[in-house]
Design a protein around this ligand. Structure first.
Ligand SMILES: [Cu+2]
Length: 321
């Protein structure tokens, strides 16, 4: 609509010939945009001074965006309305302008209105909100499943549909970063998935409560020991999507990032074959998991089961939060 309005303004502002040239220019511009590779690789990552949401790469995130936009309009209107009322009351009913205040204390119509209207506004927000809640809750027709197990302080990814391929994913410590890798975000083993496939994600934990959070995919699920929560995504273009555990889970909470790499189907198949070999009897997978985040207060070496209860020095960090 905005584009149409701009077009109209442009055409009326210029003479006919000029307008035609301008329109042709716009047309060429639009064509250039349209012919850009629509499936360009996307990077879902935080950016300096990023003010909005990360660009959507899945249907759930698209709906989160539209709900967000709708609620933003509503709260903006409410804020402006309340601010205007306040300003009016301050000016109109100041002691100087209104020396004899009214003694009215009840107004039935007004009271009904300021109860019913907010309720209606909440209903307007609640309907799409609940729709979205159920939309993200279950995969409709999952084409594959990934099981994600959180633990202090890294992730284990399992592919039950691919012969139980399973591996752990640790943050790359700052001192080992390769050029182009992101500090506190890149990992040794990424969660690789095919583009355009509906992927069911099952999330659980081995020790304390963690949370799988990948903003560009619109997923955020608690990893709760003894429970399995479900969500899903269907990534619409190849790319790398960064996330982090966003449930405070202990001293190295900040050092368990998530990297989801979406690749075309053929590439995914090749990766699965290679990963199966790599992780079959893998020397890089330690018997005792490493503690991710060498820059955090180090606590290497504890056996997995012992974590969370027997971290003598830092037990409170793990239990109380
Ligand atoms: Cu965590």
């Amino acid at each position: 609509m905005l584009v149409a309005t701009i077009c109209r303004r442009v055409t009326s502002a210029f003479s006919k010939g000029f307008g035609a040239v301008a329109l042709a220019g716009l047309g060429v511009g639009a064509l250039a945009l349209a012919t850009l590779p629509a499936k360009a690789n996307q990077i879902g990552e935080p950016v300096p001074w990023g003010m909005g949401l990360q660009a959507a790469a899945s249907p759930v995130k698209e709906r989160i965006e539209s709900l967000h936009d709708m609620v933003l309009v509503i709260i903006t209107l409410i804020t402006i309305f309340v601010l205007a009322l306040l300003a009016y009351a301050v000016m109109r009913f100041s002691a100087a302008r209104n020396p004899n205040p009214s003694r009215t204390s009840h107004n039935t119509l007004l009271e009904v209105a300021w109860t019913v209207i907010p309720v209606l506004i909440l209903v307007v927000i609640a309907v799409p909100s609940f729709r979205l809640l159920y939309f993200q809750d279950r995969a409709r027709e999952p084409e594959m499943t990934v099981k994600v197990t959180a633990f202090q302080w890294a992730w284990e990814y399992e592919y039950p549909d691919h012969d139980g391929l399973k591996f752990e994913s640790y943050m790359v410590p700052t001192e080992n970063l390769q050029p182009g890798q992101r500090r506190l975000l890149d990992v040794d083993n990424e969660l690789v998935v095919p583009v355009g496939k509906e992927v069911r994600v099952l999330v659980t934990s081995r020790d304390v409560i963690h949370s799988l959070f990948v903003p560009a995919l619109g997923i955020q699920k608690y990893g709760i020991p003894g429970r399995t929560l479900e969500t899903w995504f269907k990534i619409d273009r190849p790319g790398v999507y960064y996330g982090q555990c966003n449930q405070i889970c202990g001293v190295n909470h900040a050092y368990m990032p998530i990297v989801v790499r979406a690749v075309p189907e053929a590439e995914f198949t090749a990766w699965v074959a290679e990963a199966k070999r790599r992780f079959a009897n893998d020397a890089t997978q330690p018997a005792e998991p490493r503690i991710a985040g060498a820059e955090g207060p180090g606590r290497g070496g504890q056996a997995d089961e012992a974590r969370g209860v027997q971290l003598a020095a830092g037990a409170n960090d793990n239990i109380s939060r």
